[in-house]
Ligand binder design. Structure first.
Ligand code: PMP
Length: 422
């Protein structure tokens, strides 16, 4: 990996840790990052000229695989007409219509340029709309790097918010109420104690940032009910799940409609994007109709919108059920192979995502996920990568599968797993 190594050395002089987003540095798997030159379907080629079967998919946007011809064509055609207007354009209306048609909880929306912006603004909107400051966040859910979301709870302080990173003043997270995922009783207790001060509950309706953890039976409906009871808003952060769990996202799949929805990743077809949307009466509070401010030079960027439209058009006719069945069979077999080596390992899977957890306990919330053996994952990662399988560089992330993955790709990954030694 000489060329990647050489580039990494140069990058480290220029960017903190040599990367533009920390997880890419591969520190927890004790490797150097690979520098990617090209992606085609489910296959990545590095600057070293090596190829890898990709189970990261850009951390979620590339559900169609890399460089899908329709998406590439849309980007090229749009870019030929300029890459930024800072003015309304047809494509943003078309993409907004497609999203509104697909998602039961979205009557209106606003495009932004990242998931982080989407969640930050959704929280501002919920606070402005309700006139309340506190909000509930689930431990282990990730909503981007907006300050109020960067609260972590030390063991034994599960409901005390403390800043999870230097630079976030404690005042910024004092209104963040932390609750274990899938624990509706803990949510109810928070409402009993603080009900008239809670603006909203924000939740990954299927957790994807502590490994894949599906919602427990009744959990999302329980959130809906308790929010209604106390006049708080329910926000589904569908940055990962939107157009992945089903074409209409987690809300369509689980039949629970949030007040606000945040989106990102897939709706930009790999281009930088985010969006937040919801009930008309709430969205009308956003400037210029209302007085809650949010703006962006590149919001609704024409090239990004074109990539999103092209992606959703393909997805409208895609067979999500068939992909889910293939991924379920693949994840089951992969788990069986690794388990046969005598290590503690379990797995969760839903739609086109799965996670192998190196632990013997069923994983339903963050404490379980945190108990996984990170060294074991690092060893698995390194051995798979050496055999041309590109996995997430952190154990507590989801493996992503695309519509471009073939049975041959799965077979190669399973064959590599058979060679792994612990
Ligand atoms: N919410 C969720 C659920 C996410 O998974 C992410 C990113 N992985 C974000 C928000 C932040 O999105 P972005 O990285 O585009 O800022």
């Amino acid at each position: 990996m000489e060329r990647s190594s050489e580039l990494y050395a140069r990058a480290k002089e220029l960017m903190p840790g040599g990367v533009n987003s920390p997880i890419r540095a591969c520190l927890s798997v004790e490797c150097e990052p690979l520098f990617i030159k090209k992606g085609d379907g489910a296959v990545l080629t590095t600057e070293d000229g090596r190829t890898y079967i990709d189970f990261v998919e850009g951390w979620g946007p590339m559900l169609l695989g890399h460089a899908h011809p329709d998406v590439t064509k849309a980007i090229q055609e749009s870019a030929a007409n300029s890459s930024c207007f800072g003015a309304p354009c047809l494509a943003e209306v078309e993409l907004a219509e497609m999203i509104v048609d697909a998602m039961p909880g979205v009557d209106m929306l606003r495009m932004v340029s990242s998931g982080t912006e989407a969640t930050m603004t959704a929280l501002r909107l919920a606070r402005g709309y309700t006139g309340r400051s506190k909000f509930i966040k689930f431990i282990g859910n990730y909503h981007g790097h907006g300050d109020p979301f960067l609260a972590a709870a030390g063991s034994g302080f599960a409901d005390l918010a403390i800043p999870g990173t230097p630079g976030v003043p404690s005042g910024t997270v004092q209104d963040t109420l932390l609750v274990p995922y899938n624990d509706i009783e803990a949510v109810r207790k928070q409402f009993e104690a603080n009900g008239d001060e809670i603006s909203c509950v924000i939740v990954e309706p299927m957790a994807g940032n502590m490994g894949v953890i599906p919602p427990a039976e009744g959990f999302l409906q329980g959130l809906r009910d308790v929010c209604d009871q106390y006049g708080a808003l329910l926000i589904f952060d569908e940055v990962i799940t939107g157009f992945r769990l089903s074409y209409g996202g987690a809300q369509k799949r689980f039949g629970v409609t949030p007040d606000l929805t945040t989106l990102g990743k897939i709706i930009g077809g790999g281009m930088p994007v985010g969006a937040y949307g919801g009930k008309r009466e709430i969205m009308d509070c956003v400037a210029p109709t209302g007085n809650i401010f949010q703006a962006g030079t590149n919001s609704g960027n024409p090239v990004v919108m074109a990539a999103g439209i092209a992606t959703l058009k393909v997805l409208q006719n895609a067979d999500y059920d068939a992909l889910e069945a293939r991924v379920a069979a693949f994840a089951k077999e992969l788990h069986a192979i690794i388990a046969s080596k005598g290590v503690d390992v379990t797995y969760n899977t839903i739609a086109s995502m799965f996670t192998l957890f190196f632990t013997n306990e069923k994983v339903t919330h963050f404490e379980h996920a945190k108990a996984c053996n990170a060294k074991m994952y690092a060893s698995y990662y390194q051995q798979m990568r050496a055999q041309g399988i590109y996995l997430a560089s952190l154990g507590l992330e989801a493996a992503m599968v695309s519509f471009a993955h073939t049975d041959e790709h799965f077979e190669k990954a399973l064959a590599a797993a058979r060679n792994v030694k612990f």
